[in-house]
Design a protein around this ligand. Sequence first.
Ligand code: IMP
Length: 427
Amino acid sequence: MFDAGTRCMVVVGAQWGDEGKGKLVDVLGEHADLVVRYQGGANAGHTVVIGSDHYVLHQIPSGILHPGASCIIGNGVVLDAEQLFVELDDLTARGIRLDGRLFISDRAHLVLPLHKQLDQASEKRQNIGTTGRGIGPCYEDKVGRRGLRVGNLRNLDEAAQILAARVDRANHQLHELNSDQRASFEEHVELVRRLAPRLLSLAADTGLLVHRAVKDRKRVLLEGAQGALLDVDHGTYPFVTSSNTTAGGATVGAGIGPTAIDGVLGVVKAYTTRVGNGPLPTEAEPALSERLRTVGGEFGATTGRPRRCGWFDASVVRYAARVNGLTGLAVTKLDVLDHFDTIPVGTGYKLDGGECAEMPADVEQLARVRPVYEELKGWNADTGGARKVDELPRQARAYLDRIQELSGVPIRYVSVGTRRDQIIELQ
Ligand code: IMP
């Protein structure tokens, strides 16, 4: 992955999230000096399996499990500080050394209890299927120029003034949303006072740290959360998250310019899943969806919700390749398809009887497209032991060749199981 010309890489999800970015970043993190989370927040759940240990990281970059890597939570993240400390304490209890390895942007916005109250109350009206972690309302406050940032905690009186205005506004909003919940100013102030010393001990101008690392030709990984089709601009709006999950978000959310980035790795499952509401054109019929869900363990890492499952959708990945500028693909969970006689692959869409060559912007149109399928032969053999591409069954290689051809992006990695060693690197 890293070589003389490739020092700063973005890793993004190229479907609807849950593609296995956590595993990829963990594997690549072995060779990285710096790993940066740049958007989203505790809505993400990046699962890393090391031996018999499972780690689910919501906000801490997946690079934390490699002692040689420093980690950054960038300005683009909306940080749930209380949840972060639960994660940090859990890692410490499990023997992961953290001191001096984690820095948090003083420009990152804080997710407050009132954001979670608003998320849950507005969800009753909007029915997006959010994770309920307060992500949307916190980004609304950021863009509305009334949010509370990590750096505000350096002056707790000023923070209390921001909170007073914010709690007042939230209570009006909750009233309008017919919620019987109310935010408490005292509880918010107490929370922020309690969290401030520990949070400030980790706070830094992280954009400067990333900039210096790039300038010194260090190996930098920018770790995305969610996936391209959940991007607030490019995804299936309004059934999206509230941040830019695509590679452009990496520069803004990490605090560096686009010229610093040498490549973008898109992570895709060998099939497709989605959690939450909104269209999923290649969703499988219930029995096959259930089979993929059971074999693939397709339950949300943050909410435990069952994921909707379907077939590889080349229209989605071609689109993700375009809006992210993908330079390589990592295909994960190939082993989940090990025991199917035939495997459908969506090659394109039809809409109102005609060809639909590009991803429609309108979610109503996307809900009406009819996928065009090609049936590929299954391989009916276990792939979990393969470490080189020529150790894969012939039909599995043909499957990968076909999805590479349809996506228009070279496959660089294939993951064949949850463990660190179950990965194939292609030349
Ligand atoms: P929010 O990010 O909690 O506002 O949720 C908005 C949409 O994004 C919902 O459909 C969620 O299910 C989805 N979503 C948010 N985070 C993730 C994730 O990490 N994986 C998959 N879907 C996610």
